[in-house]
Structure formats: structure tokens, C-alpha cells
Design a protein around this ligand. Structure first.
Ligand code: B12
Ligand code: SF4
Ligand code: SF4
Length: 358
């Protein structure tokens, strides 16, 4: 998967977070299920379940649950800062110079990986859907470039998946990514250009597709971005802009072949949402995660699960994986390292302990 294929665009109104928020009687509820009657019964049954971090959920804890809720409340409050007008006259720049500065600046603020891509239409949703006030707005004002970055999420916390420490780790990842994105967006606006921070609850883009095209990693069986160094144990952030930048290209490390042999995310997924076999989606043969099954499981746990991140060999402390040039067409090597991972790390990880302050 080293080249871009034509990917169909997605409507944000179809994503699980948008659908979970539709309320019976509201205009968006009526509009959505008039157009998608087949989804109504399933969505109604999911909405009836207790909410994330609610007392009726499996991993509820009255003291630690709010540690996951507080960061999302904060993120909701700063959402209005994501999009502002450029500040002042444009500073002329050389794309190579400013690209280097932006990447290093992002790393200085805590990004572990940074890439740039020329934005394609399929990176952007067709319509907004997440908030009542924007429901159904057509997205057509596309910025030309995307700066995409990954923030490593804490291994100790993510290894507790699907219990409460996992969602506390996730929430921190969202805050880290939001702050880096805000600083980059404010910087670019200060140079006189447009910049939009795509962060939790405020996305116009599908971050894993931007990240793949910006050279951060590949999308394998678990349907999200897997980087060679941190696996899928990363939170992604994107800033789009009209500032001229130097794009990176897709860097594949043979994840597709590794996933063919591994299958661990599918085997351990408590929602049975990750497929064993590929299917053909809009003419592309790939693994397709079932978002309804996944999200429904979250509402049972009261957390955002994360088992597919914690069990992926690339997300683990098994560093050998990041030193190998490529796994492509190398079955013997894949077999050898996969066996080593299972013997040394996977079994050991089952004896997990949470941090003492939790
Ligand atoms: C809606 C959503 C969900 C939904 C749908 C999941 C999904 N894979 O899209 C649900 C509730 C199920 C979910 C669950 C999780 N999510 Co989520 N989610 C989002 C959100 C807000 C939008 C994504 C979206 O629009 N999906 C709807 C459509 C596009 O999904 P789709 O058709 O299945 O397409 C996906 C893949 O199939 C693939 N794909 C689509 N077309 C093509 C074409 C080709 C050629 C290929 C190779 C792949 C590919 O890429 C898409 C994105 O993953 C993003 C933030 C963002 N704006 O990107 C976070 C995001 C994808 N989630 C994230 C994470 C980590 C999770 C969880 C692990 C929960 C957790 N504990 O953090 C699980 C993992 C579930 C899984 N294995 O996919 C991270 C992923 C980070 C990464 N490493 O890539 C994101 C990017 C949030 C962030 N800012 O970091 N999520
Ligand atoms: S988050 Fe959990 S339920 Fe969802 S796909 Fe990953 S392992 Fe499965
Ligand atoms: S757990 Fe295995 S199959 Fe799943 S994404 Fe990671 S490498 Fe691929």
C-alpha cells in the first residue's frame, strides 16, 4: 500500500459519535433516520445503554471516572478556538524552510512523529454531523496542506485496556494533541495564513488517512494508523492550512503482510468488531472494522476499550519491530518475530498491574 487509491468520501453524520448524540424528537434525528431507516433500531438500542463512565457500566469508579471526563469537558470548552482568521500581513516563506520549522516546533511541543500531506478530497468529510448547530453543513472549503502528528499514549495506562486507566490515557492523548494543534494553528495564523486545528469533537478530516498519506505509518487490520515505532498506541492531530509546505510520501513497512499472519487484534477484540478476512469496500480490498459493534461494547464497559491497541505487537515494548526495514513478502521473518513477541511479551502482559495512584 505505497500508493494512494481513490477512496470514497465519508459523511460525518454516519460516524458512531454523531449517531450516538442524535436525540429522539430533534430535527437531526428525524432527518438522519428518514434517510437511514435501516440504522434506526440498532442505534436506538445503543443509545439506551448507559453512557461512558456511568455508574451502571462495568468499570465504573466514582473517583477515577471523572479523570476521564474532565479532559473531555476541557476539550469541549476550547473547541471554539480551533478556527480563527489569520492575524496580520502575510510573512513570505520558503516552503522547505517553514516545513522544517513547523515539524521541529511540533516536536518541541511533544509530537513524537510529524508529517505533511497534500490534502485530497477523501481526507475531508462530505458533511458535518457531530454537533446540532453544524449538522448537515457541506464541507467544501478545503485547505491544500495537512500537518499531521502523532503523540504516544502511555503504555502502562493503555495496557490496562479495557479498564478505566485506558480511557484516562486516551483522554490525556487527546489533550496533548489538541494543545500541539492549537499552538501550530496560532503560529501559522500569526504568519498571516489560514489554519484549522482538527481535534477531538472538531474534525473535518479522517485523521488516520491523513496520517498514512503524511508518511506516519500504515492502516492494517485494526482499521486505524499503526506506526512502526509506537504501533497504534498514538493519538493523532491534524492542522490544515493554505500555507505552502513540502509534502511527505507514504512510507510502508510491510504492515499488510504482518497483519495477514498476526490477527491478534481480531482475536482479542471484545466487541468482535475486527474482521478475520478482508472485504471489498468501494473497490478496495481491505479490512473493515464494524463501528457499531465496537462502540456498543464501549457503552457496556463505560470506557473506550482500546484492546486492539494494547495487543498489537507494534504498540508493545518489543523494540525489535521498529528496527526492521520492511516485513513485505518476508513470511519467515514475520513468523520469527511474531513467535518471539508471543513468548516474551504477550504472555507476560496478561499479569498487568495498574499504576498505584489508580
Ligand atoms: C468515528 C471514530 C471512531 C468510531 C469508528 C472507528 C473507525 N475506525 O473509524 C469508533 C467509535 C468505533 C472508534 C473506535 C476507536 N477509535 Co476512534 N475515531 C473516530 C473518529 C472521530 C472519526 C473516524 C471516522 O470518521 N470513521 C468513519 C469511517 C471513516 O470509518 P471507516 O470507513 O471504517 O474507515 C476507517 C478505516 O476503515 C480506514 N479506511 C477507510 N478507507 C480506507 C482506505 C484504505 C485504502 C485503507 C488502507 C484504510 C481505509 O480508515 C478509517 C479511519 O480509521 C476519529 C478521529 C478522526 N477524525 O479521524 C477517531 C480515531 C480514528 N479513533 C482512534 C482510536 C485510537 C480509537 C480506539 C482505539 C478507541 C481508543 N481507545 O482510543 C477505537 C478503535 C476502533 C478501531 N479498531 O477502528 C484514533 C486512531 C489513532 C490511530 N492510531 O490511528 C482517532 C484518529 C482519534 C485520534 N485523534 O487519535 N472511533
Ligand atoms: S476498541 Fe475494543 S471493541 Fe473496539 S475494535 Fe478495538 S478491541 Fe474491538
Ligand atoms: S494486532 Fe496484529 S493484525 Fe492487528 S493491527 Fe497489529 S499487527 Fe496487524
Amino acid at each position: 500500500m505505497t500508493e494512494k487509491k481513490k477512496i470514497e468520501r465519508t459523511d460525518e453524520r454516519d460516524t458512531m459519535f454523531a449517531r450516538a448524540a442524535y436525540k429522539e424528537g430533534d430535527d437531526n434525528y428525524k432527518d438522519y433516520y428518514l434517510r437511514n431507516p435501516d440504522k434506526k433500531d440498532l442505534d436506538d438500542s445503543i443509545r439506551k445503554k448507559p453512557d461512558l463512565c456511568a455508574p451502571e457500566t462495568k468499570y465504573y469508579d466514582p473517583l477515577t471516572g471523572p479523570m476521564a471526563e474532565a479532559p473531555f469537558m476541557f476539550l469541549n470548552d476550547i473547541r471554539k478556538l480551533c478556527k480563527e482568521a489569520p492575524l496580520g500581513k502575510r510573512v513570505e516563506t520558503d516552503p522547505e524552510v517553514i516545513t522544517h520549522k513547523i515539524k521541529e516546533y511540533a516536536k518541541y511541543y511533544g509530537a513524537n512523529l510529524v508529517g505533511i500531506t497534500k490534502m485530497d478530497k477523501y481526507h475531508y468529510y462530505t458533511h458535518q454531523g457531530r454537533h446540532n448547530e453544524d449538522y448537515g453543513k457541506v464541507i467544501h472549503n478545503h485547505h491544500k496542506y495537512g500537518i499531521v502528528f502523532a503523540v504516544e499514549m502511555d503504555q502502562e495506562m493503555i495496557n490496562q485496556a479495557p479498564a478505566m486507566p485506558e480511557i484516562i490515557g486516551t483522554a490525556k492523548g487527546y489533550v496533548d494533541a489538541a494543545i500541539i494543534g492549537m499552538v501550530l494553528a496560532y503560529y501559522i495564523r500569526r504568519l498571516g495564513y489560514e489554519a484549522l486545528n482538527h481535534m477531538d469533537g472538531n474534525y473535518l478530516v479522517i485523521a488516520p488517512l491523513v496520517a498514512r498519506d503524511g508518511g506516519l505509518g500504515e492502516i492494517g487490520r485494526n482499521g486505524i494508523l499503526t506506526t512502526q515505532k509506537y504501533g497504534s498506541r498514538v493519538r493523532l492531530g491534524v492542522v490544515t492550512t493554505d500555507l505552502e509546505l513540502m509534502p511527505d510520501s507514504i512510507k510502508a513497512f510491510g504492515l499488510q503482510d504482518f497483519c495477514e499472519a498476526c490477527k491478534l487484534c481480531s482475536k482479542f477484540c471484545p466487541g468482535k468488531a475486527i474482521p478475520k478476512e478482508k472485504s471489498t469496500e468501494d473497490d478496495i480490498h481491505r479490512w473493515q472494522v464494524n463501528q457499531e459493534k465496537c462502540y456498543s461494547k464501549w457503552r457496556d464497559f463505560g470506557t473506550d476499550c482500546g484492546v486492539c491497541i494494547s495487543n498489537c505487537p507494534f504498540s508493545s515494548e518489543f523494540n525489535v519491530l521498529s528496527t526492521i526495514n520492511s516485513f513485505k513478502n518476508n513470511e519467515a521473518l514475520i513468523h520469527q518475530v511474531f513467535q518471539e513477541y508471543q513468548d516474551k511479551y504477550l504472555r507476560k502482559k496478561t499479569k498487568k498491574e495498574k499504576p498505584d495512584w489508580l
